[in-house]
Design a protein around this ligand. Structure first.
Ligand SMILES: NC(=O)c1ccc[n+]([C@@H]2O[C@H](COP(=O)([O-])OP(=O)(O)OC[C@H]3O[C@@H](n4cnc5c(N)ncnc54)[C@H](OP(=O)(O)O)[C@@H]3O)[C@@H](O)[C@H]2O)c1
Length: 302
C-alpha cells in the first residue's frame, strides 16, 4: 500500500508522519520552502498544481492520497484571493484528476471554517455556510472531491495545536509560547469558541478513519469547548508561564482581520462511534504536547 501525503511538512502533515507506524509506504510532498535534513520517509518537492506530480504517482503506484497541502492562513486568504484559490482549488483539481487516472483513494482535509458558527455544535450532516474566503474556497474543494468519485473521505479538523516544524508557520500554541517566553503582553479573544485539537491526536484519528471508516465525512475535535482566552490561560498554566501576560478582548477589537465564525465547535458523536473513543480535552492535550518535547517548566522549547 503506497500513500502520498501532501503538505507533509505542515502541522498536520508532520504529525501524520509521526503517527504513521508501519501502515505501508508513505511518500511525503511539500512545496519546498527548505531542505529536510532528517528524513523519516522519502520526500518530494513539488507544487500540487504541477503536472510533474504524475511522475510521482507512476513511480510509486500511489494507492491513496492524504491531501493536506494548501494555503490555510485565514487572513492571508482574504487578502490574496488568486493565490488562495489556485493553491487550494487548482491544486485539489490536479490531485483529483491524478487519483481518477490512477484509481487512488482520496482523503481530503477540509476545515471547520465551512460553517458560519451560529448554530453549534456542528454535525457532519449540517449545511455549510462559510463566512470568509478561506472557508468558501475549502468548501469548493470539498464539492469537487464529492463530485469526482465515491472513493473519498473528507476530514474536517477543528483548530489544531502542537509543535510545528521550525521552518513552518506557528499555530496558536507555539505562537503563545513564543510570546510568553519573551514576556510579551497577549490579547486573546474570549468570544470565539472551538473544541481545539492536539494535532497528533488528529493525525492518529485521521489514519484510523482512513483505514476503517464506513462514512465519507468526519469531524475531528477535542473534548472541551473553550474560547481562545481560556485556552491561553490553560497553556500558560501547563507550561509554567505568567498568566497575567494574557488579557481578554472581543473579536471586534481586531478591525483588519477576516470575519471569524463565533462558535464552530463540533458534535463528535460520529467520530466517537467510529473510533470507540473520545479525544482528549485541552488539559490532557497540552500536557501531552508538553511531554512530547520533555519541556522543563519555565524552559519550554519552542
Ligand atoms: N492548522 C489548523 O488548525 C487547521 C484547522 C482545520 C483545518 N486545517 C486544514 O488542515 C490542512 C493542513 O493544515 P496545516 O495547518 O497542517 O498546514 P500548514 O502547517 O500551513 O502546512 C502547509 C503544508 O502544505 C504545503 N504546501 C502549501 N502550498 C503547497 C503547494 N502549492 N504545493 C505543495 N505543497 C504545498 C507546505 O509546504 P511548504 O511549507 O514547503 O510550502 C506545508 O507542507 C489544511 O488543508 C488546512 O486547511 C488546518
Amino acid at each position: 500500500m503506497n500513500t502520498l501525503l501532501t503538505g507533509a511538512t505542515g502541522l498536520l502533515g508532520s504529525y501524520i508522519v509521526k503517527a504513521w507506524r508501519r501502515r505501508g509506504n508513505l511518500i511525503g510532498l511539500y512545496s519546498g520552502n527548505y531542505k529536510i535534513e532528517d528524513k523519516e520517509i522519502p520526500y518530494y518537492i513539488c507544487d500540487v498544481r504541477d503536472n510533474k506530480l504524475e511522475s510521482i504517482f507512476r513511480k510509486h503506484k500511489i494507492d491513496s492520497v492524504i491531501h493536506t497541502a494548501g494555503e490555510s492562513r485565514v487572513d492571508f486568504c482574504e487578502r490574496n484571493y488568486e493565490h488562495a484559490y489556485s493553491t487550494n482549488v487548482t491544486g485539489t483539481k490536479n490531485i483529483i484528476e491524478l487519483c481518477k487516472r490512477h484509481k487512488s483513494r482520496l482523503v481530503y482535509v477540509s476545515t471547520n471554517a465551512v460553517f458560519d458558527g451560529t448554530k453549534p455544535p456542528y454535525r457532519e450532516t449540517d449545511t455549510p455556510n462559510p463566512i470568509n474566503t478561506y472557508g468558501r474556497i475549502k468548501l469548493e474543494c470539498e464539492k469537487l472531491v464529492r463530485e469526482a468519485s465515491d472513493n473519498f473521505l473528507i476530514i474536517r479538523p477543528i483548530l489544531m495545536y502542537g509543535w510545528n516544524n521550525p521552518k513552518e508557520r506557528e499555530n496558536i500554541a507555539t505562537w503563545l509560547l513564543r510570546k510568553l517566553k519573551n514576556n510579551e503582553q497577549i490579547l486573546l479573544v474570549d468570544d470565539i469558541y472551538d473544541n481545539m485539537l492536539y494535532a497528533l491526536e488528529c493525525a492518529d484519528s485521521l489514519l484510523k478513519l482512513a483505514e476503517e471508516s464506513k462514512g465519507n465525512v468526519y469531524h475531528i475535535a477535542g473534548k472541551d469547548i473553550l474560547n481562545r482566552y481560556q485556552f491561553g490561560l490553560k497553556l500558560a498554566e501547563i507550561f509554567g508561564y505568567d498568566k497575567n501576560l494574557i488579557k481578554p478582548v472581543k473579536n471586534s477589537f481586531f478591525k483588519e482581520i477576516a470575519p471569524r465564525p463565533k462558535n464552530t465547535s463540533y458534535d463528535t458523536a460520529k467520530l466517537e462511534k467510529e473510533l470507540k473513543a473520545r479525544l482528549m480535552g485541552v488539559e490532557a492535550g497540552l500536557s501531552a504536547m508538553f511531554k512530547e518535547k520533555n519541556c522543563a517548566r519555565q524552559e519550554a522549547v519552542i
